[in-house]
Design a protein around this ligand. Structure first.
Ligand code: HEM
Length: 534
């Protein structure tokens, strides 16, 4: 009896010593355990604090916790009761992470999601693979290339204006026409990207919709994907994929619906590649072309040109990589989301909408590129939409080596440098950074384009385009940002000159699925606005 009691005591002591040793060993070269953070008592033993984050509006919990614990804090991650993740909203830290993009890569949970939706293109690639792809794709998004896209963007924006105006005229009610606006915006941005990126019309803006068309299938599968991402399964999926990575490929409902959009675009992409390749082959055979000329800078031309024999200026992408980058152009969904939220904000604030319309109309109906650049309130409105509703609301990074992260605000007991270990999960909620009262003042969460016209202290703002993280920052910033900003300006200016947007009073929730979404009645793409002719 005594002997077994002795054995149990020794065993218990060994276990305690092991735990103490492991804790010491883990904490030895890392400050993560010293970071403040939300109480373990509100964390689920299995899901950590992440279930709370999932159940609330996008980044809501992160913003609340950042106010209590500062710009760098820890929270318990799901998957393991012992894993902490760092939530980074400290400007110096976030800048450091994004500036060192070869050291900080996307996490093992994030990458299968990207792979399923977009394939192994630029968004997914890391290291040398990423450098090569980015170099080949960059000319397609240079200022000169984007300027060449302007006539196409106008054409699509004006078609949208016409289609919406006709629907208002056809309305049985003299009060105007209520429409789920995102559907129409998405058709317009899909058509823009098809034309400028692939020299291909999806006929997305046709007034006689065909449910079998490519555009209708892309829209339907995207809606499916958004709805799937709102279900509890979406919260469980990363856990399952982390435990069994092969399941990212399995024909399960979530990976399957993530892959649906990609499968459609692959099919269309292959047709376009075959067509372009045939044309390019003839040109090379006749020695007509040695480099993509102005006007043929669309993404497909650039990718195929890099693949021609004898062209080793950039190296070449495989056919699969070319297909995967076709859908990296899915930037149309991000642009749609930000435009939807911006129109909703304008609908809720008629005085701001009137001011924007007055500015646009002061330039007549000639919205040339130079005129668009002169519209300061339009510029402010687009920036404010991007600030409050960044279409990609968050990202994650993992360091490949131990590192020292500089902090703009020292943390008690740690100081101004945070030591982290290789493999540490870091979550970066753009939405919290873009709406931090510290950077944007006490009315940080209010839609107020006027703030962009006032003198400000840029030092208090994060890094990134215009002090926003909406397009990320550093070498891996959004390659399509110039196109996105110009497209949003042209579409907004074109619509606002002839249509009045009114709020219908519905409750709109902001959720991440897979990017930021306006959710109405539990569904994505369902935000109604009342439209009237000016
Ligand atoms: C309002 C519109 C847009 C927003 C808010 C936006 C935002 C972003 C963000 C935040 C990232 C970084 C994602 C991460 O690393 O976690 C990104 C990357 C990227 N975006 Fe956009 N985007 C927009 C429009 C576009 C457009 C129009 C295109 C192309 C036509 C595009 C193509 C890409 C690509 C290819 C990347 C990967 C860049 C790299 O890793 O090197 N985006 N975007």
């Amino acid at each position: 009896m005594h002997q077994s009691l002795y054995a149990v005591t020794v065993l218990a002591l060994c276990v305690v010593l092991c735990i103490v040793f492991v804790k010491y060993w883990v904490a030895k070269d890392s400050d993560v355990h010293r970071l403040p953070g939300p109480s373990p008592s509100i964390a689920s033993w299995l899901w950590g604090h992440e279930l709370l984050v999932f159940q609330h509006a996008a980044a809501q919990m992160h913003s609340i916790w950042a106010r209590s614990f500062g710009g760098m804090y820890k929270s318990r991650a799901r998957y393991s009761i012992r894993t902490f993740q760092i939530i980074a909203t400290d400007h110096a830290a976030v800048h450091h992470i994004f500036a060192n993009s070869d050291l900080y890569v996307k996490s093992a949970v994030f990458r299968p999601l990207i792979m399923n939706i977009l394939g192994k293109g630029l968004v997914w690639a890391e290291g040398e693979d990423w450098h090569q792809q980015r170099k080949i794709l960059s000319p397609a998004f240079s200022p000169e290339s984007v300027k060449e896209m302007i006539p196409t963007i106008y054409e699509c924006a004006e078609r949208l204006e016409r289609n919406l105006s006709n629907l208002i005229l056809d309305s049985a009610s003299k009060d105007g026409q209520t429409l789920k606006i995102e559907h129409y915006l998405s058709a317009c941005t899909l058509e823009v990207i098809g034309m400028v990126g692939l020299s291909h019309s999806f006929s997305a803006q046709s007034t006689e919709p065909n449910p079998d068309s490519d555009a209708a299938q892309i829209h339907a599968s995207w809606e499916d994907l958004i709805d799937m991402g709102l279900r509890p399964l979406a919260f469980l999926a990363p856990l399952i994929v982390r435990a069994i990575p092969a399941l990212a490929w399995a024909p399960l409902p979530l990976p399957h619906s993530q892959g649906a959009v990609k499968r459609i675009v692959d099919r269309i992409g292959q047709k376009i590649i075959d067509r372009e390749r045939g044309e390019l082959k003839d040109k090379y055979a006749n020695q007509e072309e040695t480099a993509p000329t102005s006007g043929s800078r669309d993404i497909i031309s650039l990718l195929l040109h890099a693949k021609q024999p004898g062209n080793d200026a950039h190296g070449a992408l495989t056919d699969t990589q070319i297909l995967d980058n076709v859908f990296s152009l899915a930037g149309h969904e991000t642009t749609t989301t930000t435009l939807t939220f911006t129109l909703w904000e304008l609908a809720r604030q008629p005085a701001i909408q009137d001011r924007l319309r007055a500015e646009v109309l002061s330039h007549g109906r000639n919205l040339s590129y130079d005129n668009i650049q002169k519209l300061k309130f339009l510029d402010a409105t687009v920036k404010e939409g991007l600030r409050l509703h960044p279409a990609s609301g968050q990202t994650e990074r993992v360091p490949l080596q131990d590192d020292l992260i500089p902090l703009s605000t020292p943390v008690d007991g740690i100081g101004a440098t945070l030591r982290i270990k290789k493999g540490q999960l870091i979550h970066i909620p753009f939405l919290s950074l873009n709406t931090s009262p510290h950077a944007w003042g006490p009315n940080a969460s209010v839609f107020d384009p006027g703030r962009w016209l006032e003198e400000s202290d840029p030092a208090s703002r994060p890094h990134g385009w215009s002090g926003l993280l909406s397009f990320l920052d550093g070498p891996r910033n959004c390659i399509g940002w110039r196109l996105a900003v110009l497209e949003m300006k042209i579409i907004l200016a074109t619509l606002i000159r002839s249509i009045v947007f009114l709020d219908t009073g519905v409750v709109v929730e902001e959720k991440i699925s897979p990017g930021l979404q306006a959710i109405v009645g539990g569904k994505g793409r369902a935000l109604p606005l009342l439209l009237k002719a000016v």
